[in-house]
Design a protein around this ligand. Structure first.
Ligand SMILES: [Zn+2]
Ligand SMILES: [Zn+2]
Length: 304
Protein backbone atom coordinates (compact mmCIF):
# COMPACT_ATOMS: atom_id res chain seq x y z
CA UNK A 1 0.00 0.00 0.00
CA UNK A 2 1.51 3.32 -0.95
CA UNK A 3 1.53 6.34 1.30
CA UNK A 4 -1.43 8.00 -0.40
CA UNK A 5 -3.60 4.90 -0.01
CA UNK A 6 -2.55 4.54 3.63
CA UNK A 7 -3.55 8.16 4.29
CA UNK A 8 -6.88 7.51 2.59
CA UNK A 9 -7.64 4.53 4.85
CA UNK A 10 -6.54 6.49 7.85
CA UNK A 11 -8.91 9.30 6.90
CA UNK A 12 -11.74 6.84 6.21
CA UNK A 13 -11.04 5.33 9.63
CA UNK A 14 -11.08 8.64 11.44
CA UNK A 15 -14.24 9.61 9.56
CA UNK A 16 -15.81 6.42 10.88
CA UNK A 17 -14.77 7.36 14.42
CA UNK A 18 -16.12 10.89 14.03
CA UNK A 19 -19.33 9.52 12.53
CA UNK A 20 -19.73 7.06 15.42
CA UNK A 21 -19.09 9.81 17.91
CA UNK A 22 -21.61 12.09 16.22
CA UNK A 23 -24.25 9.36 16.06
CA UNK A 24 -23.79 8.38 19.68
CA UNK A 25 -24.01 12.05 20.70
CA UNK A 26 -27.28 12.41 18.78
CA UNK A 27 -28.57 9.17 20.26
CA UNK A 28 -27.60 10.23 23.77
CA UNK A 29 -29.28 13.59 23.35
CA UNK A 30 -32.36 11.83 22.03
CA UNK A 31 -32.64 9.62 25.09
CA UNK A 32 -33.95 12.32 27.41
CA UNK A 33 -36.24 13.61 24.64
CA UNK A 34 -37.70 10.15 24.05
CA UNK A 35 -37.92 9.49 27.78
CA UNK A 36 -39.69 12.81 28.20
CA UNK A 37 -42.17 11.89 25.51
CA UNK A 38 -42.90 8.53 27.15
CA UNK A 39 -43.33 10.18 30.56
CA UNK A 40 -45.50 12.89 29.06
CA UNK A 41 -47.58 10.26 27.32
CA UNK A 42 -48.16 8.58 30.65
CA UNK A 43 -49.25 11.86 32.16
CA UNK A 44 -46.11 12.11 34.24
CA UNK A 45 -45.12 15.23 32.32
CA UNK A 46 -47.62 17.05 34.52
CA UNK A 47 -46.55 18.16 37.96
CA UNK A 48 -46.94 15.43 40.55
CA UNK A 49 -48.59 16.79 43.62
CA UNK A 50 -47.01 17.03 47.01
CA UNK A 51 -48.30 14.63 49.61
CA UNK A 52 -50.31 16.99 51.79
CA UNK A 53 -53.71 15.75 52.95
CA UNK A 54 -57.06 16.84 54.26
CA UNK A 55 -57.50 14.46 57.13
CA UNK A 56 -60.97 15.68 58.17
CA UNK A 57 -63.83 16.97 56.12
CA UNK A 58 -67.39 16.68 55.02
CA UNK A 59 -69.29 17.28 51.84
CA UNK A 60 -72.94 18.12 51.33
CA UNK A 61 -74.90 18.62 48.11
CA UNK A 62 -76.75 21.94 48.20
CA UNK A 63 -78.14 21.99 44.69
CA UNK A 64 -79.15 19.09 42.51
CA UNK A 65 -81.99 18.08 40.23
CA UNK A 66 -82.67 15.19 42.62
CA UNK A 67 -83.77 15.72 46.19
CA UNK A 68 -84.81 13.55 49.08
CA UNK A 69 -85.42 16.48 51.37
CA UNK A 70 -88.90 17.99 50.98
CA UNK A 71 -87.77 21.23 52.65
CA UNK A 72 -85.36 22.07 49.83
CA UNK A 73 -85.96 23.55 46.41
CA UNK A 74 -84.69 21.45 43.55
CA UNK A 75 -83.74 22.47 40.03
CA UNK A 76 -81.42 21.36 37.22
CA UNK A 77 -77.84 22.06 38.27
CA UNK A 78 -75.15 21.17 40.75
CA UNK A 79 -73.45 22.67 43.77
CA UNK A 80 -71.76 21.08 46.75
CA UNK A 81 -70.25 22.50 49.91
CA UNK A 82 -66.95 21.05 51.11
CA UNK A 83 -66.18 21.77 54.73
CA UNK A 84 -62.51 21.29 55.54
CA UNK A 85 -60.60 21.73 58.77
CA UNK A 86 -59.81 25.38 58.08
CA UNK A 87 -61.61 26.36 54.92
CA UNK A 88 -65.00 25.98 53.30
CA UNK A 89 -65.17 25.54 49.53
CA UNK A 90 -68.25 25.76 47.35
CA UNK A 91 -67.86 23.66 44.22
CA UNK A 92 -70.21 25.05 41.53
CA UNK A 93 -73.16 27.23 42.38
CA UNK A 94 -76.22 25.65 40.73
CA UNK A 95 -78.25 27.57 38.18
CA UNK A 96 -80.32 29.84 40.38
CA UNK A 97 -78.87 31.95 43.19
CA UNK A 98 -82.25 32.24 44.90
CA UNK A 99 -82.52 28.46 45.19
CA UNK A 100 -78.89 28.10 46.29
CA UNK A 101 -79.28 30.65 49.11
CA UNK A 102 -82.70 29.27 50.07
CA UNK A 103 -81.30 25.76 50.45
CA UNK A 104 -78.34 27.07 52.42
CA UNK A 105 -80.67 28.85 54.82
CA UNK A 106 -82.78 25.72 55.33
CA UNK A 107 -79.65 23.66 55.97
CA UNK A 108 -78.24 26.28 58.30
CA UNK A 109 -75.22 26.97 56.12
CA UNK A 110 -74.10 30.60 56.28
CA UNK A 111 -72.83 31.94 52.90
CA UNK A 112 -70.41 34.13 54.86
CA UNK A 113 -68.50 31.06 56.00
CA UNK A 114 -67.55 30.20 52.40
CA UNK A 115 -63.94 31.07 51.62
CA UNK A 116 -63.55 29.81 48.09
CA UNK A 117 -65.69 29.02 45.10
CA UNK A 118 -64.57 26.65 42.36
CA UNK A 119 -66.43 26.69 39.06
CA UNK A 120 -66.11 23.55 36.99
CA UNK A 121 -67.27 24.92 33.64
CA UNK A 122 -69.14 27.75 31.99
CA UNK A 123 -72.63 26.22 31.80
CA UNK A 124 -75.33 28.21 33.57
CA UNK A 125 -76.52 25.29 35.72
CA UNK A 126 -73.10 25.42 37.45
CA UNK A 127 -72.35 29.15 37.44
CA UNK A 128 -75.76 30.88 37.62
CA UNK A 129 -75.93 30.95 41.42
CA UNK A 130 -72.63 32.79 41.80
CA UNK A 131 -74.02 36.31 41.49
CA UNK A 132 -76.48 36.03 44.38
CA UNK A 133 -73.75 34.45 46.48
CA UNK A 134 -71.36 37.31 45.71
CA UNK A 135 -74.01 39.78 46.91
CA UNK A 136 -74.05 37.95 50.25
CA UNK A 137 -70.29 37.37 50.43
CA UNK A 138 -68.31 39.63 48.06
CA UNK A 139 -64.81 38.87 49.35
CA UNK A 140 -64.57 35.38 47.93
CA UNK A 141 -61.74 33.76 46.07
CA UNK A 142 -63.24 32.39 42.85
CA UNK A 143 -61.35 29.77 40.84
CA UNK A 144 -62.40 29.79 37.21
CA UNK A 145 -61.12 27.58 34.38
CA UNK A 146 -58.50 29.30 32.24
CA UNK A 147 -60.80 29.42 29.20
CA UNK A 148 -63.55 31.52 30.86
CA UNK A 149 -64.32 34.75 28.97
CA UNK A 150 -62.77 37.98 30.17
CA UNK A 151 -66.24 39.48 30.76
CA UNK A 152 -67.00 36.77 33.31
CA UNK A 153 -63.84 37.56 35.24
CA UNK A 154 -64.57 41.31 35.15
CA UNK A 155 -68.13 40.74 36.39
CA UNK A 156 -66.87 38.70 39.37
CA UNK A 157 -64.22 41.32 40.19
CA UNK A 158 -66.86 44.08 40.23
CA UNK A 159 -68.22 42.55 43.44
CA UNK A 160 -64.79 42.83 45.00
CA UNK A 161 -63.99 39.14 44.72
CA UNK A 162 -60.57 37.79 43.80
CA UNK A 163 -60.42 35.72 40.64
CA UNK A 164 -57.91 32.95 40.06
CA UNK A 165 -57.71 31.62 36.53
CA UNK A 166 -56.65 27.99 36.62
CA UNK A 167 -54.32 27.34 33.70
CA UNK A 168 -52.51 24.37 35.15
CA UNK A 169 -53.05 21.77 37.88
CA UNK A 170 -53.08 23.57 41.20
CA UNK A 171 -53.20 22.93 44.95
CA UNK A 172 -55.72 25.45 46.32
CA UNK A 173 -55.59 24.31 49.93
CA UNK A 174 -53.81 21.57 51.81
CA UNK A 175 -54.62 18.38 49.89
CA UNK A 176 -57.21 20.06 47.64
CA UNK A 177 -56.31 20.12 43.97
CA UNK A 178 -57.78 21.36 40.74
CA UNK A 179 -56.91 19.53 37.56
CA UNK A 180 -56.00 21.62 34.58
CA UNK A 181 -58.87 22.03 32.14
CA UNK A 182 -59.80 19.10 29.97
CA UNK A 183 -61.73 19.47 26.78
CA UNK A 184 -64.20 17.53 24.71
CA UNK A 185 -66.12 20.36 23.10
CA UNK A 186 -66.67 21.95 26.51
CA UNK A 187 -63.74 22.79 28.75
CA UNK A 188 -64.00 21.71 32.37
CA UNK A 189 -61.85 21.40 35.49
CA UNK A 190 -62.19 18.99 38.41
CA UNK A 191 -61.53 18.97 42.12
CA UNK A 192 -59.55 16.34 44.00
CA UNK A 193 -59.57 15.84 47.75
CA UNK A 194 -56.50 13.99 48.91
CA UNK A 195 -57.38 12.34 52.21
CA UNK A 196 -55.15 10.10 54.28
CA UNK A 197 -56.92 7.03 52.97
CA UNK A 198 -57.58 7.86 49.34
CA UNK A 199 -58.55 10.36 46.72
CA UNK A 200 -62.05 11.76 46.20
CA UNK A 201 -62.72 13.15 42.73
CA UNK A 202 -65.53 15.73 42.47
CA UNK A 203 -66.99 16.37 39.01
CA UNK A 204 -69.46 18.97 37.76
CA UNK A 205 -70.83 17.66 34.47
CA UNK A 206 -67.89 15.47 33.35
CA UNK A 207 -68.18 16.72 29.76
CA UNK A 208 -64.65 15.56 28.78
CA UNK A 209 -65.67 11.97 29.66
CA UNK A 210 -65.80 10.48 33.14
CA UNK A 211 -63.26 7.72 32.38
CA UNK A 212 -60.78 10.18 30.87
CA UNK A 213 -61.18 12.44 33.89
CA UNK A 214 -60.37 9.60 36.31
CA UNK A 215 -57.32 8.73 34.21
CA UNK A 216 -56.24 12.35 34.35
CA UNK A 217 -56.69 12.46 38.12
CA UNK A 218 -54.62 9.29 38.50
CA UNK A 219 -51.77 10.37 36.27
CA UNK A 220 -51.47 13.87 37.64
CA UNK A 221 -51.45 12.78 41.27
CA UNK A 222 -49.88 9.36 41.04
CA UNK A 223 -52.73 8.12 43.25
CA UNK A 224 -55.71 5.88 42.67
CA UNK A 225 -59.09 7.56 42.84
CA UNK A 226 -61.00 6.03 45.73
CA UNK A 227 -64.33 7.70 45.14
CA UNK A 228 -65.94 9.62 42.26
CA UNK A 229 -68.73 12.01 43.17
CA UNK A 230 -70.84 14.36 41.04
CA UNK A 231 -72.32 14.43 37.55
CA UNK A 232 -71.06 11.60 35.31
CA UNK A 233 -72.96 12.91 32.25
CA UNK A 234 -74.18 9.54 31.00
CA UNK A 235 -77.88 10.32 30.55
CA UNK A 236 -77.70 9.89 26.77
CA UNK A 237 -75.62 6.70 26.82
CA UNK A 238 -76.92 3.21 26.11
CA UNK A 239 -76.58 0.09 28.23
CA UNK A 240 -73.53 -1.32 26.41
CA UNK A 241 -71.61 1.93 26.63
CA UNK A 242 -72.41 2.36 30.31
CA UNK A 243 -71.32 -1.23 30.97
CA UNK A 244 -67.95 -0.50 29.36
CA UNK A 245 -67.58 2.63 31.46
CA UNK A 246 -68.32 0.67 34.63
CA UNK A 247 -65.66 -1.89 33.59
CA UNK A 248 -63.18 0.96 33.21
CA UNK A 249 -64.07 2.23 36.72
CA UNK A 250 -63.38 -1.23 38.13
CA UNK A 251 -60.17 -1.61 36.10
CA UNK A 252 -58.99 1.73 37.49
CA UNK A 253 -59.73 0.49 41.04
CA UNK A 254 -62.37 3.10 41.82
CA UNK A 255 -63.77 1.79 45.11
CA UNK A 256 -66.86 3.94 45.63
CA UNK A 257 -69.21 5.98 43.46
CA UNK A 258 -71.66 8.75 44.31
CA UNK A 259 -73.18 9.84 40.99
CA UNK A 260 -75.81 12.58 40.72
CA UNK A 261 -76.94 15.55 38.57
CA UNK A 262 -76.49 14.60 34.87
CA UNK A 263 -75.60 10.93 35.38
CA UNK A 264 -78.99 9.64 34.19
CA UNK A 265 -81.34 7.04 35.66
CA UNK A 266 -80.07 4.06 33.64
CA UNK A 267 -76.42 4.73 34.54
CA UNK A 268 -77.41 5.27 38.20
CA UNK A 269 -79.16 1.89 38.28
CA UNK A 270 -76.28 0.10 36.57
CA UNK A 271 -73.65 1.64 38.86
CA UNK A 272 -75.79 0.64 41.82
CA UNK A 273 -75.87 -2.98 40.60
CA UNK A 274 -72.13 -3.03 40.00
CA UNK A 275 -71.03 -1.29 43.22
CA UNK A 276 -73.61 -2.55 45.72
CA UNK A 277 -72.95 -1.07 49.15
CA UNK A 278 -70.20 1.08 47.66
CA UNK A 279 -72.74 2.96 45.58
CA UNK A 280 -73.88 6.03 47.47
CA UNK A 281 -77.18 7.48 46.41
CA UNK A 282 -76.34 11.09 46.89
CA UNK A 283 -78.56 14.10 46.28
CA UNK A 284 -79.54 17.32 48.04
CA UNK A 285 -78.63 17.12 51.72
CA UNK A 286 -78.70 13.35 51.92
CA UNK A 287 -76.38 11.90 52.78
CA UNK A 288 -73.50 14.06 53.92
CA UNK A 289 -70.17 12.49 53.30
CA UNK A 290 -67.58 12.56 56.04
CA UNK A 291 -63.99 11.49 55.97
CA UNK A 292 -61.54 11.47 58.78
CA UNK A 293 -61.09 8.85 61.46
CA UNK A 294 -63.45 6.51 59.70
CA UNK A 295 -62.94 5.30 56.19
CA UNK A 296 -64.39 4.79 53.64
CA UNK A 297 -66.18 8.16 53.59
CA UNK A 298 -69.38 7.46 55.40
CA UNK A 299 -72.84 8.76 54.66
CA UNK A 300 -74.12 10.49 57.80
CA UNK A 301 -77.64 11.18 56.63
CA UNK A 302 -79.31 14.44 57.48
CA UNK A 303 -77.71 17.76 58.17
CA UNK A 304 -74.91 18.42 60.57
ZN1 LIG B 1 -72.44 21.28 31.57
ZN1 LIG C 1 -74.59 20.34 34.51
Amino acid sequence: MNQRMAKFYYERGSFKVVKMLLLSMIELSLVPVLLGLVLYDQGLGNPVYPKSEQSQGRLIILYDNNSNDYRLKSSWGFSCLIKLEEKTILFDTGGDGGILLYNMRVLNKDPKTIDRVVLSHIHGDHTGGLWSLLEEKPNLKVYIPGSFPQEFEQRVKKYGAEVVRVNTSLEIDRGIYLTEEMENGIKEQFLLIHTSKGMILVTGCAHPGIVEIIEKAKTTTGQDVHMVLGGFHLFSRGKKEIQEIIHSFLDMKVQMVAPCHCTGDLAMAMFKDAYGKNFIKICQNTPQLCWGDEWPPSPLGGEG
